[in-house]
Design a protein around this ligand. Structure first.
Ligand code: MD3
Ligand code: FE
Length: 224
């Protein structure tokens, strides 16, 4: 069911000899992991640099008044923002006062292809939230339920140092399972998994040859 460290090493060895990544695996109904699906694709990280130049990472404040340990930015027609008044999707970046950078074509086509691999044809995300974790950063259990139509999945892409993802149930009290997510791993969260609670354990100190002491996660969403 979950992947262990040995599987993770196997993925890296496959990559280094140029073989295709392992086949999709179902974590639970509705949640499909595509191991290392983005591991070779440097275009995504190159395009990300331009997005971040226009809309820098920032640590946002929660409605409770705490500054998040995860630094965030967005691209696309909408971006997820939080401040002391609440959280919402907004077409304007409150830091720059301008619209978010447009979603790079390689982002949209990547998300469309990943969703199709998991059985969701015609996926056209209009928002991409970009999360940056330095060691110690974490994301507490939450649901993603501010999008209009839950029949569209969320597609997540992990880069950089590893994280342990927490995947709970439909109630906050359900004990979460722990899923390691590694550089290049893509997960499509749809169907029965779409409204499950999830979060990220505090990221451990580590170094990734491409990104340094940093984990970056992209989450593609269809908001409207
Ligand atoms: C399961 N991000 O941005 S991605 C988020 O690693 C968020 O940065 C985490 O949760 C991260 O909202 C986790 C995986 C993920 C994203 C959305 C989901 C898992 C999900 C929606 C429903 C169920
Ligand atoms: Fe989430």
């Amino acid at each position: 069911m979950t992947r262990n460290k040995r599987d993770a090493m196997t993925v890296d060895l496959f990559d280094s000899i140029g073989e295709a990544e392992p086949a999709p695996q179902t974590l639970c109904p509705g949640a499909v992991i595509l191991p290392a699906y983005a591991g070779q694709d440097d275009r995504l990280l190159a395009a990300l640099q331009d997005v971040i130049a226009a809309a820098p990472f920032r640590r946002m404040v929660t409605p409770g008044g705490f500054s998040m340990s995860v630094a965030m930015s967005n691209c696309g027609s909408f971006g997820w923002v939080t401040d002391s008044t609440g959280y919402r999707y907004d077409s304007i970046d409150p830091m720059t006062g301008r619209v978010w950078p447009r979603m790079p074509d390689c982002f949209s086509s990547f998300a469309r292809d990943a969703a199709a691999e998991a059985g969701f044809d015609g996926y056209t995300p209009d928002a991409c939230l970009i999360n940056r974790y330095e060691p110690g950063a974490r994301l507490s259990l939450h649901q993603d339920k501010d999008e209009r139509d839950f029949s569209w999945p969320i597609v997540s892409v992990s880069f950089g140092i590893p994280a342990v993802f927490l995947f709970g149930g439909l109630s906050r009290a359900d004990k979460p399972m722990r899923v390691p997510l590694l550089h290049g791993d893509v997960v499509v969260w749809g169907g029965a998994a779409r409204l499950r609670y999830h979060g990220v354990m505090p990221v451990r100190e580590a170094y990734h040859e491409r990104l340094g002491r940093c984990r970056i996660n992209l989450t593609f969403r269809k908001v409207t």
